[in-house]
Design a protein around this ligand. Structure first.
Ligand SMILES: [Zn+2]
Length: 164
């Protein structure tokens, strides 16, 4: 399986080379007994609501800096607080939610419109074609930012072996 990238809801299984001890969550330091500990960075930044960070596509740590450059490309880091975004990997998670939610919304609306007004077919294409595209793109960006904010908040990352 090495070299492939299987994933379930944005959690890659054997996805990539292990990164060194830095997951972007803050400086790590070594205690007296040699075990690694992770410094909490909550001391410096008030917690950011992941939903707010998702809707505003902003940094999961400070809530101010932008998360994306361009449409949905993740920036290397936060321009406001300097958080390294290399930990962020939502994989194919956002796509699943976009498919489920956009389908539900747009197809539901199209069915309701048909049952209520019986418009001609071309009107369905004109209305719901562009709507599906716009809703999907907006959802993709928002859900990607939301999943990254949740990943940051819950410190989700690759499992590692604690060798003492
Ligand atoms: Zn930031």
């Amino acid at each position: 399986m090495i070299g492939t990238k299987p994933g379930i809801c944005g959690l890659p299984l054997a996805a990539y080379k292990p990164r060194a001890m830095d997951h972007g969550y803050g400086e790590r330091s070594r205690r007296q007994d040699g075990r690694m500990i992770m410094n909490e960075d909550k001391a410096h930044f008030a917690p950011v609501d992941p939903v707010k960070a998702g809707f505003s596509a902003s940094c999961p740590r400070c809530g101010q800096g932008r998360l994306f450059e361009g449409f949905s490309t993740i920036k290397p880091g936060c321009s406001n607080c300097g958080l390294d975004y290399s930990f962020a990997d939502s994989g194919d998670g956002p796509a699943i939610f976009v498919i489920l939610l956009a389908d539900f919304l747009v197809v539901g609306l199209a069915v309701w419109t048909e049952l209520t007004y019986q418009p001609p077919v071309w009107l369905h294409f004109v209305l719901f074609g562009p709507l599906a595209i716009v809703v999907s793109l907006w959802l993709l960006r928002t859900i990607k930012a939301l999943l990254i904010a949740l990943q940051y908040k819950n410190k989700a990352s690759q499992g590692t072996i604690d060798r003492g």
